[in-house]
Design a protein around this ligand. Structure first.
Ligand SMILES: Cc1cn([C@H]2C[C@H](O)[C@@H](COP(=O)(O)OP(=O)(O)OP(=O)(O)O)O2)c(=O)[nH]c1=O
Length: 631
């Protein structure tokens, strides 16, 4: 579960952890971050005496570790990560820096110095946002450090040597691991425990929040340490939720070129014929003789303007199963892929090159290959495959969005224009053919798979004995729930035509508690009894009148203490920040009578039916979660 919504900002980015430390990997994995591990080759040999304080050494080493990986990945693979995270942990006692011991004697020397005393553990962290521009690597680097004080008990020689012989000290700063046997040596810890283990998670989340939701200028607070001078030109991204937007320039980040040098804002850089970057300023005068500078290239606007091209390239590559072929047979040349899928070589090559430039494929002399995240999310057999939703987007949503202009003018859905037939009930439209049914179910299944863990764990549901997932489709969320809450009996209630097709989506060979499937129409038929009713991506399909019908049916079945769990994209109350959810609301306009709603709008609907104590969790994943209780 992503407790810190700001971590959700990293979900759509290619994040690289420039560290071999298994502890750092574990800390970040445990909070749901997805990242690749590329250990840094930077040798920790900076001259310690050149730093005024121990923490400066840790911060600089972290920066150099991350810079080495960012540069290497850019040059070697021509695949630029979006974010590279580096860290360095040191122990400091009596102004001396202790790193990892080189041998047992060294470990003994270190532990003897720590014996019976208080020392500091510093972890320096560098977060580099990378951007490839004209095949040049541009970086914005943010760094910070965290200090934790640790006191060792008075330890006997015998105990120290026993500990050293355990082998634990060897890959750890200061020669101990507080998280394991070394914990027995420690009398107290003041500060962030995870910082000692190698990664100050709390400070990291705060730093991300500063970067992605920068405070307004008059509200900027000065931190206790920041090695980067602040730059005035950082833009305050008003759309803090634009997951797809590139990290441009943010408060507290400094801009570097690939050599790691800072560049100042407002200087235009270009490349001359010999590949050397030159900076120049062009003086311009307007009619009044006042010198003017042309506005900076509106990269966000340009990106949005062309966004549909990138989307369509992704949709078509998926539809043509290019990612599937590359997963099983890659790397492949364009001509081989074209032959496999029966397409033109020239068109296929352009599509592959575009996908490579968009970061979806790797292009090497051997041919094109999938990136790791494409293997996970875009191939049709990936565990968290979005393939179903992508095909639905290509075949169904794309034609509907083509008619967005009419939808805005008329304020209603566009199925008749997109598909040449009068819109019936939303689901009758989808389920009119076996193919349409399977396509829609695959789309819903893929989103449910990706979000089920966050939805199931947004609140502690262990007090409930039975749950009914209304419109629970293939049962993906239900299965996650029974896995997390073994005492919960979950029933999925959905239309007969859905239940008839669920077998295709059942996992094979998994020994989890069974889920019960019951068919019916939740507007017309009797609902199964349960302590907890789940509505995941259901209410957004319907107008308020229909929602009242459904909520009053549920309310009539609920005793006090029973609850409703909603999973939806929740808009902010002012409806101005969460672009993904606001675009989803347009998506509902073109195809349904429903819409996305804000937290207070859901609260008002629920309270009218006796559901109070409404709690909202913004998960940072595609779906947010609301829990309310019948009183
Ligand atoms: C003090 C202490 C350190 N450590 C670990 C955290 C770090 O992994 C290690 C310090 O070495 P680092 O050089 O910070 O990290 P590393 O060599 O493990 O990985 P990389 O350089 O690739 O990033 O010591 C513990 O696990 N427990 C502890 O109690």
């Amino acid at each position: 579960m992503v407790l810190s919504p700001v971590l959700g900002k990293l979900v759509s980015k290619r994040v690289v952890l420039a560290s071999a430390s298994p502890r750092r990997q574990e800390i970040l994995t445990n909070v749901g971050l997805r990242f690749e591990v590329v250990p840094s080759w930077f040798k920790e040999t900076l001259e310690k005496s050149s730093f005024a304080a121990p923490f400066e050494y840790a911060v600089e080493t972290a920066r150099q570790k991350a810079l080495e990986v960012a540069n290497r990945m850019h040059v070697k693979h021509m695949r630029t990560p979006d974010v590279v995270i580096g860290a360095d942990t040191i122990v400091s006692v009596d102004e001396q820096i202790l790193e990892k011991p080189v041998d047992k004697q060294d470990a003994y020397r270190m532990l003897s110095r720590l014996n019976g005393k208080e020392h500091s553990v510093f972890t320096g962290v560098a977060i580099i946002h990378c951007h490839s521009k004209d095949s040049k690597l541009e970086m914005e680097i943010t760094d910070f450090y965290e200090e934790t004080k640790v006191k060792f008990s008075e330890l006997s020689e015998e105990l120290l040597w026993e500990y050293i012989h355990s082998g634990e000290p060897m890959d750890k700063a200061g020669g101990y691991g507080i998280q394991a046997l070394g914990g027995m040596l420690v009398e107290y810890v003041h500060g962030d425990f995870l910082n000692v283990v190698g990664f100050p998670l709390n400070h990291f989340c705060k730093k991300l929040a500063e970067l992605y939701y920068p405070p307004s200028k008059h509200n900027v607070q000065h931190k206790k340490y920041d090695s980067i001078p602040s730059v005035d030109t950082f833009e305050n991204l008003s759309d803090g939720e634009s997951e797809s937007s590139n990290f441009t320039e943010h408060k507290g980040a400094s801009k570097l070129d690939s050599s790691g040098k800072h560049s100042s804002g407002g200087v235009y850089t270009s490349e001359n014929s010999s590949g050397v970057r030159t900076g120049f300023t062009v003086p311009l005068e307007n009619q009044n003789g006042v010198s003017q500078r042309p506005p900076e290239v509106p990269s966000k606007i340009l990106e949005l303007m062309d966004g549909f091209r990138a989307s369509k390239a992704l949709l078509v590559a998926s539809k043509l199963k290019i990612f599937d072929h590359l997963k099983h047979k890659g790397p492949l040349k364009a001509v081989d892929i074209a032959n496999e899928i029966g397409t033109s070589v020239c068109g296929t090559e352009r599509l592959l090159d575009a996908c490579a430039a968009l970061g979806l494929l790797e292009k090497t002399p051997q041919g094109y290959g999938n990136t790791d995240s494409v293997n996970t999310f875009l191939t049709s057999d990936g565990e968290y495959s979005l393939h179903g939703y992508i095909i639905h987007s290509n075949d169904h949503l794309w034609p509907l969005f083509t008619n967005l202009e009419s939808a805005i003018k008329e304020g209603s859905r566009q199925n008749h224009r997109a598909f040449g037939k009068k819109a019936e009930d939303l689901f009758k439209d989808y389920y009119h053919s076996q193919e349409g049914k399977q396509c829609f179910m695959a789309a819903m299944h893929s989103i449910a798979r990706l979000t089920a863990r966050d939805v199931a764990t947004a609140f502690d549901l262990s007090r409930f004995k039975s749950a009914c997932d209304l419109g629970g489709c293939t049962g993906a969320l239900a299965r996650e729930l029974v896995q997390i809450y073994p005492n919960l009996k979950v029933t999925v209630f959905d239309l007969p035509e859905v239940i008839a097709n669920i077998s295709y989506f059942q996992p094979s060979g998994q020994h989890t508690a069974p889920v019960t499937f019951v068919s019916g129409d939740f507007f017309k038929d009797k609902l199964p009894e349960a302590d907890l009713y789940i509505l995941s991506r259901i209410l957004h399909d319907w107008p308020d009148e229909k929602i009242h019908v459904l909520l009053s049916k549920i309310s009539a079945l609920c005793r006090p203490g029973c609850a409703i769990l909603l999973a939806e994209m929740v808009l902010d109350d002012e409806k101005k920040n969460r672009s993904t959810a606001l675009l989803q609301s347009l998506n509902m306009l073109v195809q349904t009578e429903g819409k996305e709603r804000s937290g207070s709008e859901y609260q008002a609907l629920l309270e009218q039916h006796g559901f109070t104590n409404v709690k909202i969790r913004i998960t940072g994943n595609l779906l947010d979660v609301i829990l309310c209780v019948k009183t």
